[in-house]
Design a protein around this ligand. Structure first.
Ligand SMILES: [Zn+2]
Ligand SMILES: [Zn+2]
Length: 159
């Protein structure tokens, strides 16, 4: 396969535990469709919490190294990171350092999700704290009423 950017031959290289097709010239790399997911999984495994991968796309000036169709560019998961992909699901092109950016964004995403879950849990805790006194107050009221009732009964007896 040839590099879509500089036409040099791509060579197999292992990046973040994944075998990608790498351009030694401009340090970009080709990832097969499932390899982008594998890369993300190095930082964040929950697919349903990763966000929308491709929201919208435009045609780029570069061609797919596999099928020669013009690659489309898109904002990766709506972040400020532009990647290219092949509409025929051949894969993704990442420029130099963009694999690290993907991992960095997924690490942040994971952190945000953990914080969100903690915030949700705290909120539920607070909700519980708010409810406890009210329930206790109601119990007090019932106790008070029954005490009044017993008092009245006792009064009757004592008369
Ligand atoms: Zn290249
Ligand atoms: Zn293609």
């Amino acid at each position: 396969m040839k590099c879509p950017k500089c036409d040099a031959d791509l060579v197999k290289q292992t990046r973040h535990g994944i075998e990608v097709d790498y351009c030694a010239n401009d340090h970009g790399m080709w990832l097969d469709t499932q390899e982008l997911d594998q890369l993300e999984d190095e930082a964040f495994k929950k697919d349903d919490e990763k966000g929308t991968l491709i929201f919208s796309s435009t045609v780029s000036n570069f061609k797919c190294p596999k099928c020669n169709t013009p690659l489309k560019q898109f904002d990766y998961r709506l972040y400020d990171l532009t990647l290219e992909y092949c509409e025929n699901k051949d894969g993704f092109w990442l420029d130099a350092g963009e694999d690290d950016r993907v991992l960095q964004l997924m690490k942040q995403r994971k952190k945000d999700m953990v914080n969100k879950r903690e915030a949700d849990a705290e909120w539920k805790d607070e909700e519980r704290h708010d409810m406890d006194p009210e329930i206790e107050w109601k119990f007090d009221l019932i106790r008070l009423r029954s005490k009044e009732f017993i008092d009245k009964l006792m009064d009757k007896f004592h008369r």
